[in-house]
Ligand binder design. Structure first.
Ligand SMILES: [Zn+2]
Length: 81
């Protein structure tokens, strides 16, 4: 069975990411674009917490990736709790 890695928007609309190079920090990020599928909101684009560039979902990495501020940054969505 294929795992569903779709980046769903949490019910409260707050999205937190973790920098894969610094997993100790949880960063709140701005949702730039979302879409609705089967009554659930899916995050399509997030603002990079460092440079503000739009980051698209990367299915292979299962993360949002920014290449705009120097070193490639990989941000995984984490739960708020
Ligand atoms: Zn960036």
């Amino acid at each position: 069975m294929k795992l569903d890695n779709t980046p769903f928007l949490p019910p409260d609309g707050n999205v937190y990411v973790m920098d894969s190079l610094d997993p100790t920090k949880k960063i709140k990020v701005e949702v730039l674009k979302k879409r609705t599928k089967q009554h659930r909101d899916i995050v399509e684009s997030l603002a990079c917490p460092v440079c503000g560039s739009a980051m698209e979902w990367n299915r292979a990495w299962e993360a949002f990736i920014c290449v705009k501020h120097g070193k490639k940054a990989i941000y995984e969505i984490v739960n708020e709790g």
